[in-house]
Design a protein around this ligand. Sequence first.
Ligand code: 0T9
Length: 395
Amino acid sequence: EDSGKTEARSSWTVCVPICYSIILTGSKGFLKTLSTFTGDLSQLTAPSFILSGTSLLEYSAYWAEHPNLFAQAAKESDEERRALAVLKWFLATLKGQFAARNETSGRMFSEKKPLNPVLGEIFHGSWAAHGDVGETVLLAEQVSHHPPIAAYKIQNKKAGVIYRGFNGQKSGFTGRTISVKQVGHGIYHLDQQKEDYLITFPNLRLEGLLFMAPYVELSGSSYIVSSTGYVATIDYSGRGWLSGIKNSFTATLSKESGGLKGATLHTISGVWTGSSKIRNEMTKKETPFWDSSTNAPRHLNVEPLLKQERYNSRLLWEKVAKALAAGDFDLAGKEKSEIENWQRNLRKEERGRNEPWVQRYFEWVELEPISSKLSKFLPAKNSEESSFSNAWIPK
Ligand code: 0T9
């Protein structure tokens, strides 16, 4: 017992001064850059040990890491069950989108700064058919570099499900945290039932910056509005809020009638990194809903590098990712500059020829009928957002 205590004490006496000096000296420059932060996350210089070798474009894959849930709504026999299935799929993506990188990547167990995709970068992959769930295919394209915007389409042909969306970020530094507003939206579409679901994205905050161990917290609310009239509202709260529990949420499902929000039919509550339960508000019966700790995500398959084209994320960033993985930050920086210069020259040439870049798989539409219509059912402050009337959609 005694020797255990000594061991514990000695590891502390070693760690405290070392960790302290890493935090103080390492973060000085970082905190200085934070204080001059303009709001463009891609331009923020982060300390080298929180640089990731993964392109931000790859994050679009998080939407389908539970391919069975992605396709489930197509199999449900009535509107309410379909609305619940879409909600379950959405909630099940949250752990991958916002927390999983933290648990698995690197020795610091922290969110890392992804690579800033180049204009025209493509990320393409699939989840093989599994049981009675058909193949799911992802196609993502970086449609804008300044500001960074990614567009994507995920399809399960057998089930007749297509999800398309686009995503950018607006952010601000509030002294201790970076708050990030997600710009864009998604449309989940069911072929057979001819239903659409408008998906809005939650706001997030980057916490832990002072300790250079950033992690994401979700805040505010996000919505899923269906063309059948069902509306799901998801409220996020975290450690700092009333419940005090990290990554908690409450979601309600109601049905719109005559422009009015109907009574709550179901309430789902729990923790999006853990488990949740659903209460039927008519019968007051409570049953388990989803447990993300016992349902491992499935990662997509990507073509081998030899078969990839220059603009495919993994091949494009291969050298940078390798250098980062090897801890050679000088080399990583050089390789990154090479890509950035190549891109700068391309843009200059385009300006010279007066021929702007043309996106390959997606196009910008000013008035997108589905989201324009569905966004009318969002709470007032959300529906005013212009980002719901226009969209990047598959060509
Ligand atoms: C869409 C998602 C988004 C992208 C990431 C803010 C962030 C870039 C955007 C919003 C996905 O569907 C969901 C998840 C995580 C979001 C990222 C978390 C994050 O930290 C990064 C930004 C760009 C940074 O890396 C800032 C640097 C920071 C880690 C240390 C300074």
